[in-house]
Design a protein around this ligand. Sequence first.
Ligand code: GLN
Length: 491
Amino acid sequence: MDLLFRPAHELHRLLRRREVGARELAEAFLARLDAVEDKVKAFVTVTRKLALEQAAAIEVRLARGEELSPLAGLPLALKDNLCTRGLRTTCSSRMLAEWVPPYSATVVERLAEAGMVLVGKTNMDEFAMGSSTENSAFFPTRNPWDLERVPGGSSGGSAAAVAAGEVVYALGSDTGGSIRQPASFCGVVGLKPTYGLVSRYGLVAFASSLDQIGPLTRDVTDCALVLQAIAGHDPRDSTSAPVPVPDYVAALGDGRLAGLKIGVPKEYFPPGIEPGVRQAVERALGYLEEAGARCEETSLPHTPYALPAYYLVAPAEASSNLARYDGVQYGYRTEAEDLRQMYRRTRRLGFGAEVKRRIMLGTYALSAGYYDAYYLKALKVRRLIKEDFDRAFGRFAVLVTPTSPTVAFRLGEKIADPLAMYLSDLFTIPVNMAGLPGLSVPCGFSNGLPVGLQIIGPPFSEALLLRVGYAVEQAAGCAGRWPALEVGSDG
Ligand code: GLN
């Protein structure tokens, strides 16, 4: 039986009916990993032994006739900035290359309770700074649809692992697009939840007011299932929101969106957008109308300022969060003659170029004399961006946009030009700046490469986003189409 590209909800049914065993499932995915991982390079750490042990435990529970939760026994991957007790958590940085956390992130604990089978920790841009996974200190990850292209980033390893059939689903983190953009590039579903819906406890911080953890999955139903498992209040994260968690799967509906008002912000269709992306998104607007929704053009006038404001706020917070990597408290240290030299050399050798660039930008923006002109100004712009969205949600239930202006680009294409790289998050960054949820759903292809549609809603509207995403998925017919990645050929 071909198990690899089935969504979680189908595999759960097979497990429950005893048509497949948990061990058989884990072995099938590990065999797939053995066959494709040399090409894709999605993983920093593979936890084969752990996966088989966890699968054996599920097997015992199945044999006893226990009721299993919907994700039990389904192989998954975690981005390597999610702390896993006793298991190396690197952030794809030399700084943390050998760091073993003494505790697990709340999301990891929740998945463990749900019966997780962990296949490994995935590659990422160092400290989640980047859009292509090329900023990993270890190696770049490749896009399973075209091995000469990037998988997106920073959660590129997680997106590629799902698209390549190495796991059923994965978790990533999204500060300015790092779940949605790689989901779009790899043809998977990716959700950045509302700020505060999912606990950040145990997520290595990049920019604390923007970071959120979320799922990367094969389809929208799986996205609802994974969100269900990880969402909800956590007293260990002071920014975690004490809100009720609805039944996301029940809310998916039947693909009909009668009377739903959808706004299409014109700032998200600039002249530079790739024609194939524009066409796929316009087709998706057609699907939404056929499902009964009404799409209407609107405007979010402060959109052009989101990217520059983000590149002040995010580096400012990063410069503060990354101060702790000093050679004393965590991970990597170089020997030196005195303490100051030790700090300096540790940070020079431990961090890569992009991380250092962000620390310098952030330190500058926060320094006396520049604080008002840069950081404080950026916070004011952030407020205006939020107010644009508030106004739009007075008229529209959700907004739809392309997830990224392009499909996956070539390895090396943007790495020498940080500004070109930053632009690939043009459409995802405003959502983090406003603390909103954003869902990327595959909506078509451009030259054989996947295109993602982004659906944005008001705070805590995940159930509605998933319902709209489900309707697009039903109509677009992309679910079930996966990269060939011919094993044994050159792709
Ligand atoms: N690419 C953006 C950046 O480099 C967003 C990264 C992210 O969401 N973690 O900051």
